[in-house]
Ligand binder design. Structure first.
Ligand code: MTE
Length: 313
């Protein structure tokens, strides 16, 4: 199955984001054991056991797995939605390590198998809202990022968390100079405030649709932050750093007036070049209204009490 950008997003809109890169930037799971040895060495696409968490369901049916794994944003593989599925075989998700360091008492480097077994794996059905005004409903597998952060014991001075994706042009053709015109400043980095990172909704993610995470969706480990635009949910992580200063984030560096640090889903704050009031659910034809905080306001609104969400977009 192949979706075209024009099926889901006005052409001018998706072109404009690609042009920004090329020009302006010129820049179901079953069981309940959690991560077991049986799953530890599983390749992308292999079954992954997880316990469905009934607290995180979504009223609409999940997006078809074929769509969620063929219509992707992963600029390390190219700027077209079908590039990641076509090219992601070059990514080697094992062996893999994630360095967790910065302002913490016990910095450590975790092997991916250790990460898989660090906390019980849950299945959570979340809505994913891309800044490009399309959305999907995805059953992810993982556990709260807080479980990993607690292991390294953040120091009182830690106020933010920075996420870094692997930089390796041999595995990521989109990182090779000149291949897709000028591109983002690699490696891809993202960030959250520490309280956002510790929020129970913030998911350290190792699978989807009952399977080990496919390469194009960010194997072997990514974050998913469902109340923020999708670009905050960085893929294929190699480093998670606690810091006292707001991290520099890839899209924010490329176009700060368009992609803010917070990037909370907000239907009343338009992107400078398009409305955020509605979205197109992949697989559907009619647009639907976008919800404040992507529908998670009851859980996260209190994080932003007193903050001007128009200024802090
Ligand atoms: N992470 C990295 N490293 N590189 C990217 O290009 N794209 C982001 C985010 N994480 C991106 C990334 C964007 S724009 C979106 S919408 C989501 O990944 C898409 O996740 P999905 O392909 O699993 O649906």
């Amino acid at each position: 199955m192949r979706l075209h950008d024009s099926d889901v997003t006005p052409k001018a809109l998706f072109l404009s984001r690609r042009e920004l890169i090329a020009g302006a930037v010129a820049l179901a799971a079953v069981g309940c054991e959690g991560g077991s040895d049986a799953t530890a060495a599983a390749p992308a696409g292999a079954p992954l056991k997880a316990t469905p968490n009934p607290a995180y369901k979504w009223p609409d049916p999940p997006t078809k797995v074929e769509a969620a794994t063929t219509y992707n944003n992963f600029y390390e593989f190219g700027v077209d939605k079908e590039d990641p599925a076509r090219l992601a075989h070059t990514l080697k998700p094992r062996p893999w390590h994630v360095q967790v360091d910065g302002l913490c008492a016990k910095p450590a480097t975790f092997d991916i198998d250790t990460i898989l077994g660090l906390a019980p794996l849950e299945e959570r059905i979340y809505s994913l809202r891309c800044v490009e005004a399309w959305s999907m409903v995805i059953p992810w597998i993982g556990y709260p990022l807080a479980a990993l952060l607690k292991k390294v014991e953040p120091r009182p001075g830690a106020k933010y968390v920075e996420f870094t994706t692997l930089k390796d042009p041999a595995q990521f053709p989109g990182q090779r100079p000149g291949l897709f015109g000028s591109s983002l400043d690699w490696p891809y980095t993202e960030g959250l405030r520490l309280d956002e990172a510790m929020h129970p909704l913030t998911l350290l993610t190792v699978g989807m649709y009952g399977q080990v995470l496919p390469n194009q969706n960010g194997a072997p480990v990514r974050v998913v932050i469902p109340w923020k635009y999708g670009f905050k949910s960085a893929k294929s992580l190699v480093r998670i750093r606690l810091t006292d200063a707001e991290p520099k984030c890839s899209w924010n560096k490329a176009a700060p007036q368009e992609y803010g640090f917070y990037s909370n889903v907000n239907p009343s704050v338009d992107h400078p070049r398009w409305s955020q009031a509605t979205e197109r659910r992949i697989g559907e034809f009619r647009r639907r209204p976008t919800q404040m905080f992507n529908g998670y306001g009851d859980q996260v609104a209190s994080l932003y009490t007193g903050l001007d969400l128009k200024k802090n977009y």
